[in-house]
Design a protein. Structure first.
Length: 151
């Protein structure tokens, strides 16, 4: 069984990860609002904060993974959950913390995906606008099947 010293350290790592991931989710939500409202200057500011939190999350993740590998655990959700259930059953708070962390990770993934779709939509709009401006300036480079110009 895992010693209490190590499990308390593991709990601290999970708590730090949960807190940092919560901050990351807040940034993603602000980024989503800025994207929808077209506040580009705000996106730049959020981007630096987001990068800082990603670096911190990577460090925490590496620390957690090192601990788990030292316990002989494969780094898969199911393996970790099974190990927590068996080894730390006398500490249900850790299992709860792990489950909350998994939920947060899923939320972050969904918001990040949504933000990516918004960015993609903006990019397509900008590309079409650029093509229209390019065409209007007399620099037509797009042709239809019969050789006629079109956007």
């Amino acid at each position: 069984m895992t010693s209490p010293l190590y499990s308390s350290n593991f709990t601290s790592v999970l708590e730090a990860e949960k807190s940092t991931l919560g901050k990351f989710i807040e940034i993603l939500k602000k980024e989503e609002d800025a994207l929808v409202q077209g506040k580009i200057e705000e996106i730049d500011h959020l981007s630096s904060n987001k990068s800082r939190l990603i670096e911190k999350l990577i460090q925490i993740d590496n620390h957690r993974n090192e601990y788990l590998q030292n316990q002989g655990i494969t780094l898969e959700k199911r393996s970790i959950s099974d190990w927590l259930e068996k080894q730390l059953s006398n500490q249900p708070g850790i299992q709860t913390l792990w489950n909350e962390l998994l939920v947060q990770a899923e939320i972050a993934q969904k918001i990040n995906h949504s933000n990516g779709l918004i960015i993609s939509t903006h990019l397509q709009h900008n590309q079409r606008a650029f093509a229209a401006l390019h065409c209007a300036a007399g620099n037509v480079s797009l042709y239809g099947p019969k050789g006629q110009t079109y956007i």
